[in-house]
Every structure is written in C-alpha cells, then in structure tokens.
Ligand binder design. Sequence first.
Ligand SMILES: [Mn+2]
Length: 310
Amino acid sequence: MKIATRLNSFLAGNGHTIADAMDKLSSIDGLTHVDINYPEHLNASSEHEIAALLKRNHLQLNGIALRFQDVFQNGEFTNPDASLAAKAEQVCMEAVSLCRRLGGEVVTLWQAFDGFDYPFQVDYENSWNSMKNAITRIADAAAPDIKVSIEYKPFQPRSFSLMPNMATTLLLVEEIGRSNLGLTLDFCHMLMAGENPATSLAITASHHRLLGVHLNDGYRLNDDGLMVGSVHLMQTLEFLYYAKKYHYAQAIYFDTFPIRENAAMECAQNIQTVQKLLGFIDRLGMDRIETMIHEQSGFTASLLLGELMK
Ligand SMILES: [Mn+2]
C-alpha cells in the first residue's frame, strides 16, 4: 500500500527545512511516498536537493500538487486577466515536467481561486470553457506517463468554487475525455460538499476516474483536517471498503493539519487507523460485507458497527 502524508505538517514551527521534514517522514513506519507542492516547495529547496532527499530517505514521489499563489486570487484558468490565466496554465505545465523528472505519477490540481463570491460576478459557461480548454492542454502535455487529477472543494477560499463536487468535476473530466485525467477525493472536501464519501468513490472509480485519495476528517462545515476516522468512523470504513472493492492502487495521502499534535505521531496514528480498518474488512471478508449491502437493510448495515466495536 502506498502511503503519503502532508509535508507541510512537518515544516510547521521555526526554521524547519524540507530536509528536516523528509528525515522525519522516513522514520515513520509504513510511509512510502511524498507529495511536493509546486511552486511552494521549489522556492524553499532546489529540484536537485529534493531528488537527493527522496533518494536518501528511501521515499518515492507520489506526485506534485499545485499551490497557486495569491497573484491568482481572481482565478487560475478563469482569471479575467488573460495573461494571468495563461500563467496559471504555464505553472501547471512546469509542475507536469517536474513530476516527470522526479519520477512522480500524478499532478494534483486544486483550483483554489477558480470561483466567485458574488451573484453576477462570473459568466459560468465562459468559465467552464476556460477551465475545460486549459485542463485539456495540461492533460495532453502530461500524457501518456503523467496523470492529472482534479481535487474539488465546494468553497474556501472563494465563497463558491467552480469545481465544487464529484458530479461537476466528473462531468468536466468526461467532457474532456482524456484517459490520464481524473479526480482526487478529499474526505473533508466531500463532507463540506454534503457528499457521502463512499458514494463519490464508487461513482468515480466505476468511471475509471479515481486518481487520488486524501484522507482526513472534520465536522463538515470546514476543512478541519483532523485525524483519519476521528469523527466519521463508519463513513471512513465504508470509503475504505469501496477503495478496496475498486482496487484503488494509487497513494492514500493524509491531508491532515496537526497544529497542536506531534506530526510524526499523528501520521503514525493515521496509518494505524487505515491498517486496522482494512484489517477489519479483511477479517469480515469482502464477500460477507457485499452480501450485507445487498440486503439494503439499515439494521443489517448497523451490524457492522457492532462487529467493529467487538
Ligand atoms: Mn486535499
């Protein structure tokens, strides 16, 4: 199983370098992969240094995650300034090249600023086409070896995101129709969007569009980034059941924010939770769980909770 976590959790505090963070990551049992934020982490460290750190710490690059800077606050691909929209696309092309050079598999695209705050602020059809055209070109530049995965989020920092939920994102991805394009499902983002995470996974995976999973937890109204399973345990269990059912083989990335917690202990706890929940699924057996689901009975479904508490 490929397990990755949020590098920035290990950069918090005073003066921690990417070298310090990677050293800490390499000491965590079960952690295999790292995601690098672009351009953020390349401002702090050179590409050469990151390549050497990955090698030294026996870590694989899962991929590159775009972190658009505040210059794009009026939109990435939908920026009203055409030169900035072109610049956002260029940043993605650079991320694709970097991912390829560092041996990663997937570029994760979270369009923080493609959204709106006021009625009448944007033209929705124009915005859709701008995003569609830009992402088509990015996916084509990434093909065939690099995957491009859109991480949707309903709001934050914008009041409304233009890529807000599973169905809208899947529609865009299917309209574009490139085989290396898909979705990253972030557990908190799905809760914020009012989705049941396992439903989103099953629909995305059955369309062969599941390219990334970000596990965490929260209280639905905010991107809390709490430890895996700490609030929505049964929905996390259901999500992992479907990840297994659809043979999800990319990394499980913990997108959590240990602000007051020790980052290494927090990550180790997330790994243990996932391993224990997957172990529980194995003990019960996929067939038995599937048989229970086929009853479509709320009572039968609740028996899983009893089994989990044994
Ligand atoms: Mn995420």
